[in-house]
Design a protein around this ligand. Structure first.
Ligand code: SF4
Length: 697
């Protein structure tokens, strides 16, 4: 009998609702869910091709130890024994989990609970570190909480949408469609794109600012100064709801307009036009994504943007506010459960003794991580130098996606004990696993995800688990039990979701931004029928809150937001040996390391092979012709890809997509070239500004 299941797309942070239809013959077709309030039936090319990516080719269908088939008991016993052994000999910080924004919230919750509450280490970090950790750090500095204030509707209601370091047309396509439709209906709406590249998103832009790499801090400091000089600031709002204005003003005033021109590389006329538009438009939303986050000054960029919204009081109201767009389907869910090395759970702070005590009492755990653990780049350094003796990697492929990827591969290879939970048997990372555990894929998984507008939606299964594959949360709970830990007797993801909701409300959850206490008694049937909802949802609260900070109250102890005084960074990393700036990113039709989208001929038809976009004059200078091969090299590694000569690329820079790996093209793992430089606060790698050299291959 034909069945229809409402679920959620597993790709980007837009978090579109999907209806999967399974026919009598077992064939699957997908369409957008018209009732889902994030996409209203729309899907992009990746979402539309989901049915082409769910066959069992290449799947790992049973546990393996050293490449040989094993039973679950054998594999789980070995994992528990090796982790317990490393902890006993070297302490809890000798083990680590490296997890993923692809995990469902329930998986993430169990991973965080096991590592922080029972093993007693903060060493759980995630590939979301590479995605949005600068936004987390910026939010916490400004708001006292990791809160995205607005909703997608604000992007349609705004009169000015600023897209900073965000190629929405390719990376958040359904959001792009929503903005494009709003602009078509209301042509007076203005769009400004801030991006060193002239991306497809510029098709709807009224103004494109082709900024220098990492010029964003100076750009928004200049805007802040302009808002003050033009008397656009909201003095009452600043006085009543914020602190730190004078210091931020002094820092911004130290930067002259000419310095802003120099640091941004923008023509004065364009800069003035942007400042005028922002100053004269009340309803402004500033969206930012990886071009802001993936930077050694990522946190400062986020705060430079938020400073401008706080100064004008344009936050928490319809059609206005700063808006971080997450790259992954469940980066937000991971943040909610505390699945970053420097977070706790339910947005509580690992640095706070009171919060640690609260979480420990809720979990009734024997211990709690006393301090933040290692962030992704540092975690793999610790693997490399032997501090980490046992590593569990879940739902991610760091040998392709981490900066300095060759060094990461060498570290994993040398680690005494590596567990990998994945759906595929052969990836660049699984080949180094001592124990390989078969996980569930999209269409089999059962749980929840949170998208960029704080909307929690269900991912529902429409297939039985293939072979002996099991959920990630189940794998971790079984290992926890084998290590002798209580509190992991979950029968279903509904049990975990209810516990997560109860923790969010435990002891005045309402004093924190993340509170979904309304769901703390969710039973299996309710969980099955759960409709998409935005947090917060405290127990008994009516009416429901859709925007944060509407009342001007924030989450610092004095309930005031903070301006941050910022210094502009030196953006240029190039020198005579490495004179070009490499920028990495996504293309429209592939996802991450292509382990799923690489299966779809339709998706691979858009762009068939890895490439480097290069400006025509740079191409002449280094002797590279259109479609010839170009070698790109840094002190860390090199790739050989096809040259795509285009004026979309600024002079002195290259763009190479992040997706390709050794499975799909030899010598095209661009993250092998990316230096492991990180933001000092967030630990997020600077993948958009890497000094390289290039030449004809
Ligand atoms: Fe999936 Fe994102 Fe496309 Fe929506 S926009 S269908 S969530 S990839």
């Amino acid at each position: 009998m034909e069945t229809e299941v409402k679920t959620t797309c597993p790709y980007c942070g837009v978090g579109c609702g999907v209806i999967a239809k399974v026919g009598d013959d077992g064939r699957v077709s997908v369409k957008g869910d018209p009732d889902h309030p994030s996409n209203f039936g729309r899907l992009c090319s990746k979402g539309s091709a989901l049915a082409e990516t769910i066959d069992l080719d290449g799947r790992v269908l049973h546990p393996e130890i050293a490449g040989q088939m094993a039973s679950w008991d054998e594999a789980l016993d070995l994992v528990a024994e090796k982790f317990a052994d490393a902890i006993e000999k070297y302490g809890p910080d000798a083990v680590a989990f490296y997890v993923s924004g692809q995990l469902l919230t329930e998986d993430y919750y169990v991973a965080n609970k096991l590592m922080k509450g029972f093993i007693g280490s903060g060493n759980i970090d995630t590939n979301s570190r590479l995605c949005m950790s600068s936004s987390v750090a910026g939010h916490r500095r400004a708001f006292g909480s990791d809160t995205v204030p607005g909703t997608y509707e604000d992007l349609e209601l705004a009169d000015l949408v600023v897209l900073a370091g965000a190629n929405l047309a390719w990376c958040h396509p359904v959001l792009y469609q929503r903005i494009a439709a709003a602009k078509a209906a209301r042509p007076g709406m203005k769009i400004v794109v801030i991006d060193p590249r002239r991306t497809m998103t510029c098709d709807i832009a009224d103004l494109h600012l082709a900024i220098r790499p990492d010029g964003d801090v100076a750009l928004f400091m200049g805007l802040f100064e302009h808002l003050i000089a033009s008397n656009t600031i909201d003095q009452n709002y600043i006085a009543e709801h914020t602190g730190g204005f004078a210091e931020a003003f002094a820092a911004a005033s130290a930067l002259s307009f000419n310095q802003v021109l120099e640091l941004t590389g923008l023509p004065a006329m364009q800069l003035r036009e942007f400042y005028r538009l922002f100053a004269t438009t009340e309803k402004v939303v500033t969206c930012y994504s990886q071009g802001v986050n993936q930077s050694s000054s990522g946190t400062d960029k986020v705060n430079a943007i938020i400073n401008c919204h706080l100064a004008t009081g344009r936050i928490g109201r319809s059609g206005m506010g700063p808006f971080s767009l997450t790259g992954q389907p469940n980066a937000m869910g991971g943040r909610e459960v505390g699945g970053l090395a420097n977070m706790l759970a339910a947005h509580m702070a690992i640095e706070s003794a009171g919060d640690r005590d609260r979480v420990q009492r809720f979990w009734q755990s024997p211990r709690i991580a006393a301090e933040p653990g290692l962030k992704a780049v540092d975690m793999f350094r610790a693997v490399a130098d032997g501090r980490i003796k046992a590593l569990w990697i879940m739902a991610t492929n760091p040998v392709v996606s981490m900066p300095d990827a060759d060094a990461v591969e060498a570290a994993i290879k040398a680690c005494p004990f590596v567990v990998v939970s994945d759906v595929l048997r052969e990836t660049d990372t699984t080949r180094h696993a001592h124990v390989l555990l078969p996980s569930l894929g999209w269409g089999e998984k059962d749980g929840t995800v949170t998208n960029s507008e704080r909307r929690i939606s269900r991912q529902r299964p429409f297939f039985d688990a293939p072979g002996r594959a099991r959920a990630d949360w189940w794998q971790m709970a079984e290992v926890a039990k084998r290590m002798g830990f209580p509190g992991f007797d979950y029968l279903s993801p509904a049990d975990i979701f209810a516990e997560h909701a109860a923790l969010s409300a435990f002891e005045n959850g309402g004093n924190r931004d993340f509170d979904i206490g309304a769901y703390e008694t969710t039973a299996t049937a309710e969980y099955g029928a759960l409709q998409p909802f935005q947090w917060p949802q405290p127990a008994g609260a009516t009416p429901k809150l859709t925007r944060f900070f509407a009342d001007g109250g924030f989450y610092h102890p004095d309930r005031k937001a903070r301006f941050v005084a910022i210094e502009p960074p030196a953006g240029n990393r190039t020198d005579s040996r490495f004179p070009l700036t490499l920028n990495t990113g996504r293309i429209r039709d592939h996802w991450h390391t292509m382990t799923r989208t690489g299966k779809s001929p339709r998706l691979s038809g858009h762009i068939a092979e890895p490439f480097a976009e290069i400006h025509p004059r740079d191409a002449i200078e280094i002797g590279v012709a259109e479609a010839s091969l170009v070698e790109i090299e840094s002190p860390h590694g090199k790739v050989i890809v096809r040259a795509l000569v285009t004026e979309r690329q600024a002079r002195g820079s290259l763009f190479v997509p992040m997706h390709w790996n050794d499975q799909f093209a030899a010598a095209a793992r661009i993250d092998a070239v990316v230096a492991p430089v990180t933001d000092p606060l967030s630990g997020q790698p600077a993948s958009k500004n890497v000094a390289v050299r290039a030449g004809r291959f």
